[in-house]
Design a binder for this molecule. Structure first.
Ligand code: GDP
Length: 365
């Protein structure tokens, strides 16, 4: 019997059932599945009810499903997200970045405690693309944020491990929605100041906070100009003991440098503060700035515009990711790929030509 050909349209349908990003609204078995138990844990309904009732265990279990690469878990996760979506979007999303050792964990722990005193419920998530190698270097160490993790008003989740930055970013985005449905009203996303991860985080937050060290200039601290440009607030951390003077100098230098950048679409002028995460100093000024940003950008419409733009960008990004996966999983592509690579290496085809051939093979299959 002739082997059944695997058409791209088939694969798209198949993806709907199995892919990580599959919208469950396309899944005809959704209602049935809502009642079904997911791998011995809670059903979709139990998870959603738990999340909406602020049950941290249900939230943690749902995030575990979001992070799982098991297609069944993904199916459940997508159903949970869909049910939580109407209850999400109400938090203030803050990205925190800075080079390793600048004090991000210490800062988030102190700021988290401070805002809990102000009546907030912070959820702390992380994006760490290096965690594949280091098995979760940020937030992964249990001794970090010890006090905050013991506080019932806070929820802390280390960076998901494994997968590409795009995959990790998707998991974090979906986790944000779940935390918001569980009524965490400030979501803090930590990322290491290396490579692309800040750009991913910037694309999912309302406010972007850059931590720097006293004294040394950008280059010495390994901070890229683009990151400074993205910041809505710069905090010179470790402004304590003998570093206070240096911290004040850094504050002046960065305030001057920021004036040279073009005005932001938000019309917000990023302030530079000094703080000591260790001594919990300077946090009220920083939080006041965050609140001022929220008030200003909600009044001038930027807050909502940015959220809408982020949603559209993520929609396009999701399509690219899913298309890429469907393409590479296609049997004809898998068969021809090594040959094309050899042809490129031997100079028989240009990369562009080889890509064209493989794509037309896929499209016309
Ligand atoms: P991360 O790698 O950016 O998350 O940095 P950590 O929060 O792990 O901090 C790195 C080191 O700097 C730790 O030894 C902290 O105790 C220390 N540290 C963090 N914040 C401060 C601060 O405000 N002042 C001082 N003196 N040390 C700090």
């Amino acid at each position: 019997m002739k082997k059944k050909h695997y058409k791209p349209s088939d694969s798209a349908l198949k993806q709907t059932r199995t892919t990580e990003e599959a919208p469950s609204s396309l899944n005809p078995r959704l209602a049935q599945q809502r009642r079904k138990r997911a791998s011995g844990t809670k059903s979709v309904e139990e998870l959603v009810d738990g999340i909406l009732q602020q049950d941290r265990i249900a939230l943690a279990q749902a995030i575990t499903l979001v992070e799982s690469s098991n297609p069944k878990h993904q199916e459940t996760a997508q159903s949970v997200i869909e049910a939580c979506l109407p209850h999400s979007g109400n938090a203030l999303r803050i990205g925190v970045t800075g080079t390793p050792g600048v004090g991000k964990s210490t800062f988030i722990e102190s700021l988290g405690q401070y805002i809990i005193e102000q009546g907030h419920r912070p959820a702390i998530l992380a994006i760490d693309p290096s965690s594949q190698l280091s098995k979760g270097s940020i937030l992964g160490d249990k001794t970090r944020m010890e006090k905050l993790s013991q506080d019932n008003a806070a929820f802390i989740r280390p960076s998901p491990t494994g997968g590409s930055l795009g995959g990790v970013a998707r998991k974090t985005r979906e986790s944000i929605l779940l935390c918001e449905a569980a009524k965490y009203d400030v979501i803090i996303i930590e990322t290491v100041g290396v490579g692309q991860s800040e750009i991913s985080v910037h694309a999912m937050v309302d406010f972007f906070l850059l931590l720097i060290l006293p004294g040394a200039g950008d280059e010495l601290q390994g901070i890229k100009r683009g990151i400074v440009e993205m910041a809505d607030l710069i905090a010179v951390n470790k402004a304590d003991a003998e570093r206070i003077k240096l911290a004040k100098q850094a504050k002046r230098a960065y305030t001057n440098a920021l004036h040279l950048f073009p005005p932001k679409a938000s019309q917000w002028i990023p302030p530079v503060h000094t703080c000591s995460a260790l001594e919990q100093a300077g946090l009220s000024e920083i939080w006041a700035s965050v609140q001022a940003f929220e008030t200003q950008t909600k009044a001038n419409g930027f807050f909502n515009q940015q959220r809408q733009q982020q949603a559209l960008d993520w929609f396009r990004e999701s399509i690219s990711q899913q298309l890429g996966r469907i393409f590479y999983e296609h049997p004809a592509v898998q068969k021809q790929l090594p040959e094309m690579e050899t042809a490129i290496l031997e100079g028989r085809l240009s990369s562009f030509q080889a890509a064209g051939r493989l794509l037309s093979l896929f499209v016309n299959y």
